[in-house]
Design a protein around this ligand. Structure first.
Ligand code: SF4
Length: 207
């Protein structure tokens, strides 16, 4: 039976309107979706899946607050970004703000993909988190379902990390583009010297 995860409302109340609470951000990733993309990792996930690649993203506490306008400007300021991927954490815990980001970058011609620990069926149900329909309406690609360690996929060419997850292609233009280099790992060096390691299985590590 599918179970819904509860998102703590008090934690989300600390996020000012028109803002996101994120864990990390990079430009020009080629291992988090088709083409060259920005990636936004949101802070906060209610699932605590054993074997999760980003356990530091679980806590619903303020990490980096950034306005929708500012993050959209960041994404669009790098001409090499052809799209953006929302990861986490649980993107649908901040669905309305991400939908607003998506609308801004799509208006400039970029595409939008999201991971989620919910199933698409849950996101389409009456008990979906607030803003779920709004965000779904903007997505070109959705990869749904939580990571299940006993169903882990160890193929480096798989776009999913456990076999219960599904790739939903809402925009037919991406039908033959589910072939990003998921077997590679990228190291991004940020302006402040921090490094973000990302790649196979959506891994994010801050060092
Ligand atoms: S849904 Fe994703 S981010 Fe959340 S605990 Fe599971 S694997 Fe980690």
């Amino acid at each position: 039976m599918e179970t819904q995860a509860n998102i703590p409302p008090l934690a989300l109340a600390e996020i000012p309107p028109g803002h996101l609470n994120i864990m990390g951000y990079i430009d020009q990733s080629e291992v988090n979706g088709p083409g060259c993309r920005a990636v936004v990792w949101v802070q906060g996930c209610p699932r605590e899946c054993p074997g999760c690649f980003n356990p530091d993203s679980w806590a619903f506490e303020v990490n980096q607050l950034i306005s929708v306008d500012a993050i959209a400007e960041n994404i669009l300021s790098n001409p090499n970004n052809t799209g953006v991927t929302f990861s986490g954490g649980e993107p649908f815990a901040q669905a309305s703000a991400l939908a607003a980001v998506a609308r801004k970058v799509k208006a400039a011609g970029l595409n939008v993909m999201s991971f989620t620990g919910y199933t698409l069926k849950q996101l389409q149900s009456k008990s979906a988190p607030p803003g779920a329909q709004e965000l779904l309406a903007e997505l070109d690609i959705l990869i749904d379902g939580p990571f299940v360690q006993s169903l882990a996929v160890n193929s480096p060419i798989s776009p999913v990390s456990s076999s219960n997850q599904n790739v939903h292609i809402f925009n037919p233009a991406f039908q033959d583009q589910i072939s990003w280099a998921s077997d590679q790992i990228e190291v991004h060096v940020l302006k402040d010297g921090d490094r973000i390691v990302t790649g196979y299985q959506g891994w994010l590590e801050l060092t």
